[in-house]
Design a protein around this ligand. Structure first.
Ligand SMILES: *Cc1c(COP(=O)(O)O)cnc(C)c1O
Length: 217
């Protein structure tokens, strides 16, 4: 596959869904990928990337950002409270806000810094015990709590259960966003980004279909 094909499929999905061309943001998920593959995608001019670990991102992106100006970095994986400051400094968007303690830390660091990354609240749409995210029934209250802290909540994010069709989860996320007046929907990965776009995704997070398989399971 690769970036070019994914761009074409994304554009086709936008058209099919009646969405404006270029309205869906493609986050190239570069976690664990060899640096040569990341550089190859940067060389094409792509600048929006996703990482799921703060530590890994902090190790590789500052140097790449010096060489390739204009990079926009999204944190799409879990954020430990003790890494919040580092995350606020490094990332332009955080897609994994899922508990009040983290929201408070983000608000504190954003205030110190005078700026806050765009935030997405992760919703555990499948109500899976091992998975991060607020439960669907708690989402409205959590959105309100984040807004009360003046946090820039742009939207919601979900990772559907691996063993279920994703579309009901995308539809549920869109419904929760709509009733909370949120326009951002971070949903859809390599195997299902077209379905996510059909259901309103504004940000798709595509890794292996762009870069190739990751070296771990
Ligand atoms: C790894 C990851 C992705 C990308 O997964 P692919 O299947 O490689 O496209 C998307 N979202 C999150 C949260 C991830 O951790």
């Amino acid at each position: 596959m690769g970036l070019k094909e994914i761009r074409e499929r994304l554009a086709a999905a936008e058209t099919k869904a009646g969405r404006a061309p270029g309205s869906v943001i493609l986050i190239a998920v570069s976690k664990v990928q060899p640096i040569e593959r990341v550089e190859a995608v940067l060389e094409t001019g792509h600048r929006i990337f996703g990482e799921n670990r703060v530590q890994e991102a902090a190790g590789k992106w500052p140097a790449l950002m010096e060489r390739y100006p204009g990079v926009e970095l999204h944190l799409i994986g879990p954020l430990q409270s003790n890494k919040t400051r580092q995350a606020v400094d490094l990332f332009d968007a955080i897609h994994s806000v899922d508990r009040i303690k983290l929201a408070h830390r983000l608000a504190d660091h954003a205030q110190e810094r005078g700026a806050c990354p765009d935030l997405f609240i992760q919703v555990n749409t499948g109500e899976e015990p091992q998975k991060a995210g607020v439960l669907p029934g708690e989402a409205d209250a959590f959105v309100a709590e984040c807004r009360a802290l003046d946090l820039p909540v742009r939207g919601l994010m979900c990772i559907p259960p691996v063993d279920e069709p994703p579309t009901p989860h995308f539809a549920l996320l869109a419904q929760i966003a709509a009733r909370n007046g949120l326009t951002g929907l971070s949903m859809g990965m390599s195997d299902d980004f077209e379905e996510a776009i059909a259901l309103g995704a504004t940000h798709v997070r595509v890794g292996s279909a762009i870069f190739g398989a990751r070296a771990y399971g």
